[in-house]
Design a protein around this ligand. Structure first.
Ligand SMILES: Cc1ncc(C[n+]2csc(CCOP(=O)(O)OP(=O)(O)O)c2C)c(N)n1
Ligand code: SF4
Length: 283
């Protein structure tokens, strides 16, 4: 049994001499998500060369540049388009798309629903901090109704997306939500998501005190982590609550686990069938 610690594991996967110091604010949850992803990949024994991390643009998008996998830092909202192409050209790779809530649900929303509908074998991770972090705190589709943001100083009027319900409705194969406060649970979810065929979506709730918290009564990172601790509840317990007790609680855990084969699997199986038919003279 190895005595190697979580931090030592993470250090084996970072681009130490190239990309540090990192740009994240002290207390940002994004680094915890990355650590969780690295430990999950390590625990599953997936070789570095078999992993492709594709990221969009945002503080979350920066994560791809720090890790020593195959990485692609793409354009805003398009991580899933690049990830789809990579998976289709080499289905053996573990393709992971890292996206912020703005990246995945706003400019990239169309790509998200169609990747889920198509069931492409990509693991999508949405780092939901309820805000556009990198560009200064504009509202995103995940900003809660009533929250104060740079673009909604009198409170957000529109409803926010429920990422889990959106992905479920679009047909995603595996849908789960975790938080960076509940790290062990998040790690378990990520391992499952990486192992599942087809399109897996993990929503990781991660605090941005800099752009979201300080305008919404969570001034410090600690306030935000306390909020995660008190709000999140396992989905099994959430489902037993009466409607009035569900208000302001956020279910976490696994919501969908359909186990359907991925698009690429069906595509290549069909291709093989056609090639075999063609070899027999098209019969
Ligand atoms: C096509 C395009 N539009 C807008 C931008 C500006 N932009 C950069 S990051 C970003 C939002 C990032 O928010 P989110 O995806 O939630 O990630 P976070 O920074 O919060 O991790 C925007 C609008 C861009 N880079 N490209
Ligand atoms: S602005 Fe927010 S999301 Fe970006 S690094 Fe700082 S805390 Fe993290």
């Amino acid at each position: 049994m190895s005595n190697i610690t979580g931090n030592e594991i993470i250090h084996q996967y970072l681009r130490h001499n190239k990309k540090f110091p990192h740009v994240l604010c002290a207390g940002c949850g994004h680094g915890i998500v990355l650590g969780t992803l690295i430990r999950s990949i390590h625990a599953l024994g997936i070789p570095k060369d078999d992993v492709v991390v594709v990221a969009g643009i945002g503080c979350s998008g920066r994560l791809a540049v720090y890790v020593d996998f195959n990485t692609v830092h793409t354009t805003h909202g398009r991580a899933l388009s690049f990830a789809t192409g990579i998976k289709m050209s080499n289905p053996k790779l573990h393709v992971i798309a890292l996206m912020g809530d703005g990246d995945a649900l706003s400019i990239g929303g169309n790509h998200l629903i169609h990747a889920a509908r198509r069931n492409i074998g990509v693991t999508a991770m949405i780092l939901n901090n309820n805000i556009y972090g990198m560009t200064g705190g504009q509202s995103s589709p995940a900003t809660p109704e009533g929250a104060t943001t740079m673009t909604n100083p009198y409170g957000q009027l529109d409803h926010s997306f429920d990422t889990v319900e959106l992905a479920k409705g679009a047909g995603a194969n595996y849908v789960a939500r975790g938080t960076v406060f509940h790290v062990n649970r998040l790690e378990k979810i990520m391992m499952e998501a990486l192992e599942r065929p087809g399109f897996s979506l993990v929503e990781a709730i991660t605090p941005c005190h800099t752009q979201f918290g300080r305008k919404n009564k969570y001034k410090s990172p600690v306030d935000m982590y306390k909020w995660l601790k008190s709000t999140a509840i396992p989905v099994e317990r959430f489902n037993e609550l009466p409607a009035d007790k569900r208000v302001d609680r956020m279910p976490i855990g696994v919501f969908v686990d359909r186990g359907k084969p991925g698009y690429e699997e069906l595509y290549y199986a069909r291709q093989e069938r056609f090639l075999a038919q063609a070899a027999k003279g098209g019969k």
